[in-house]
Each structure stands twice: as structure tokens, then as C-alpha cells.
Design a protein around this ligand. Structure first.
Ligand code: IVH
Length: 392
């Protein structure tokens, strides 16, 4: 369960507890793929940590997950990325989107001339696929953004990433690997035949399958590219715009986000961006895979360069997170654990409820005062929200 408002972290102890909880959640998420915190609670926790650090910069813990790709939790992998694989900043409302535009215009010092590209934020696992001389030679996970795991053993099992391109070009495509609803069903059926437990949701299924070696069965996945970079100092890609780069790799045979039912639209104004966000949000429940937002990028590469990139994410793009989907369930029990500093941390035990293919049994309750304030009683109906759910 997630509250949309939460009290600020009161003191340094609460700050330390919050850091611990966020690091554990992020390690679990990127490790086993299972986190005790749903996405909305994690975002909320990061927001509280960030607000505290802004108020008391001198207390900032070097281990803080704020400002780090993947919450800083992933150890450097064995393959260095050609260029960092960054994450995206978030916006949550039309006003946030306007604020993002204002920051873009401030950095650009001029109006946006090349337009905005708008495409779905696919909810899977990030992957870099290297083509040399037109052949798919290596697959690398995002890892910590600087380096990732070599998962080339999955070559040939991912729809949308052909072994051979229509050209002999060399470049690296970046995109999201996921299981469509149909692939997810099929994967769990195959796993059942092999005595393996079901994947709890398509995203965990994709992340686990990418990393799994030597399984006696194959799980087919799907790839959609959302970017591409040059390899080996070459110049195989158009230098004009994101949409042209995507069209180029699509002609070469790679499936791109433009080929999803949500498509890729290039529009001139922010009002049109908002219309596209609303259009894609309306499609969400009917899509054959999960999306957790809509990504907005400056289309012109020259404008991307001019606006620049921060340590963690580009200033020229943002993810418009879609409203959380709500599920009702019953509060069965509340368990308590004592944090390192002696602070009591309550967890709600819920009647199991399925959200986007994941069974949720627990939720964080922020603190005893929170429970008091909400007047929660055992047996109450509570609402569990998730940013990752697709459809209600
Ligand atoms: S662009 C430098 N576009 O979201 C910009 N990312 O939170 C990098 N994602 O790591 C990302 N759909 O795995 C981009 N259409 C899309 C995306 C997308 C899903 C994922 C990607 C990225 C994460 C950032």
C-alpha cells in the first residue's frame, strides 16, 4: 500500500533507516527481481531521502541511492558499455511536464525546433545488442549503467533482434526485452512441464530468462529498440534525429518502439506531447505487454547534445509515469520489525492480490503515526497501488 503523501524524514536516524530500506529494495529488485517495495513506495522513499538531503546536505550518506543508476545497487558487470546506459528522470503530471520543458528551454537557450519524440516506456529489462558487420555478436544487460553482464547466450531467442541484419553495418541498438502476455503464458506452461515455478510477472520473467544459462527449455522473448549508438568509432547511423535513427535500425531489421501499437510520434508542441501521453495511456490496458509510462525525448540529436546529460539521466528526455493502478484487498495482519536504530517498521500482510501478473502479499506502512492517522484496522479494505500494473 502506498500513500500519496508521507511525512518528511524527521531526523538522521529515520534518514539512515530510509537509505537502508531503499538499498535493500533496489538490491532485491535488480537481484532476484522481487522487491518488498512496490514501485510507487520506492519512488516515494527516494523522494523522502532526496528532500532530506536537500535540507541537510551535510548529512548525505555516500551510499545514498539518489543520483545513481539503478539505485547504485548493481556491481559493475564484466562488459563495459560503449556509452553509459542511463536511466530517465520522471514526471507525474501535466504541470511536471511543463516544468521539464521549462528546464529544457533554459538549457537550450532557444525554442525547440526539432520537435519531441513520444513513445511508450516498455516495462521489461534494458539490453544493448551489438551488431558487427551486420551480425548480432553480443548482448549486454544494463548492469550499473557503466558495465553489464554478457548475456549473448540469449542470441536467437529474442523476437525483434535478428541474428543477421539487412545490411553489413556495425552499431549497437538499445532497447527493452520483455515477455508479451502470450509469451508469459507460454513460458509458465513450459516451466510447469519442467517442474519449475511460474514467473511472478513478465518483467521478472524477462530479466531472469536473459540471465539464465543452460536451461533445458527455451523461453522466447521480445525486443523493442528505443535507441542506438555507434560502435568502434564508426558512423553507421544517421546523425539527424532520434526518429530517423529508429527508422534506420528498423529498415536494417531490428524491431523498434515505433512498431508497438503505441508507436512513436514526433510533435512540435508540449500540448501535443500531452495529447500523445494521454493517447498512449488510454491504450495501456489493451496492450499485449506492460508499459509503466511514456517517454518524451527531444527528437533532434543536435538539440539533445545542446541540452546535455546529468550524472544519472539525460536532461533532454523524461519519463511520464502513468497513474498507478489500484487494486482493493484486505488487510489481514500487521507485522513489525525493529530497524537498526530501534525504529519500528510495520509491514501490512494483505490478502494476496494480483497486480500486473505479480502476486502482492505485503506492503509497507510507513510508521505507526501513519497507521493511526489513517485509522487502519485489521480486516479493513486497503488499496494497493502499483506503477507497473497495466490495466485495472
Ligand atoms: S530512453 C538516455 N526510451 O526505462 C535515455 N528508455 O528509466 C535512456 N525504457 O533504462 C532510455 N522504454 O530500460 C528509453 N522508450 C524508451 C524506454 C526506455 C523503456 C527503460 C530503459 C531505461 C529505463 C529508464
Amino acid at each position: 500500500m502506498t500513500t500519496t503523501t508521507a511525512p518528511a524524514l524527521a531526523d538522521r536516524d529515520e534518514y539512515a533507516d530510509a537509505i537502508g530500506a531503499a538499498l535493500r529494495a533496489s538490491a532485491a529488485y535488480y537481484g532476484s527481481g522481487e522487491s518488498a517495495l512496490d514501485d510507487a513506495s520506492f519512488d516515494l522513499l527516494l523522494g523522502l531521502i532526496k528532500a532530506y538531503e536537500e535540507r541537510y546536505p551535510e548529512h548525505t550518506d555516500p551510499a545514498t541511492p539518489t543520483g545513481k543508476v539503478a539505485g547504485g545497487a548493481v556491481p559493475a558487470g564484466d562488459v563495459a558499455h560503449t556509452a553509459a546506459m542511463l536511466s530517465l528522470g520522471n514526471v507525474f503530471s501535466p504541470q511536471d511536464l511543463l516544468d521539464w520543458e521549462a528546464s529544457v528551454l533554459r538549457r537550450l537557450g532557444a525554442p525547440v525546433m526539432g520537435g519531441y519524440a513520444v513513445e511508450p516506456k516498455l516495462d521489461g529489462a534494458s539490453l544493448a545488442a551489438r551488431y558487427r558487420g551486420g551480425r548480432l555478436v553480443q548482448l549486454v544487460t544494463r548492469g550499473n549503467g557503466t558495465g553489464g553482464e554478457d548475456v549473448s547466450h540469449a542470441i536467437g531467442t529474442i523476437a525483434g533482434l535478428p541474428r543477421e541484419l539487412a545490411t553489413d553495418a556495425s552499431f549497437e541498438v538499445r532497447g527493452e526485452v520483455l515477455l508479451t502476455a502470450e509469451q508469459f503464458e507460454r513460458a509458465n506452461a513450459i516451466r510447469a512441464e519442467h517442474g519449475a515455478g511460474p514467473f511472478s510477472n513478465p518483467r521478472n520473467g524477462a530479466a531472469g530468462t536473459l540471465r539464465a544459462k543452460g536451461r533445458p527449455y527455451t523461453v522466447e522473448m521480445t525486443f523493442w529498440a528505443f535507441g542506438a549508438v555507434e560502435l568502434d568509432g564508426g558512423s553507421a547511423l544517421p546523425g539527424t534525429s532520434h526518429s530517423e535513427v529508429m527508422a534506420h535500425v528498423a529498415r536494417a531489421g531490428v524491431q523498434t518502439a515505433a512498431a508497438t501499437p503505441a508507436g512513436l510520434a514526433v510533435v512540435a508542441t508540449l500540448a501535443e506531447v500531452q495529447e500523445q501521453v494521454d493517447r498512449i495511456a488510454a491504450l495501456r490496458a489493451g496492450l499485449p505487454f506492460g508499459i509503466d509510462g511514456v517517454v518524451v525525448k527531444l527528437d533532434a540529436l543536435a538539440e539533445q547534445t545542446a541540452v546535455g546529460t546529468g550524472s544519472r539521466h539525460p536532461h533532454w528526455a523524461t519519463a511520464y509515469k502513468l497513474p498507478a493502478v489500484e487494486r482493493r484487498t484486505r488487510l489481514l495482519d500487521v507485522t513489525w520489525s525493529v530497524g537498526r536504530t530501534g525504529v519500528l517498521a510495520p509491514t501490512a500482510v494483505l490478502e494476496p492480490v494480483e497486480i500486473d501478473g505479480s502476486v502482492v502479499r505485503h506492503a509497507t506502512l510507513h510508521n505507526p503515526a501513519d497507521i493511526e492517522r489513517r485509522g487502519l484496522r485489521l480486516g479493513d479494505t486497503v488499496i494497493n497501488r502499483s506503477h507497473t500494473a497495466s490495466g485495472t
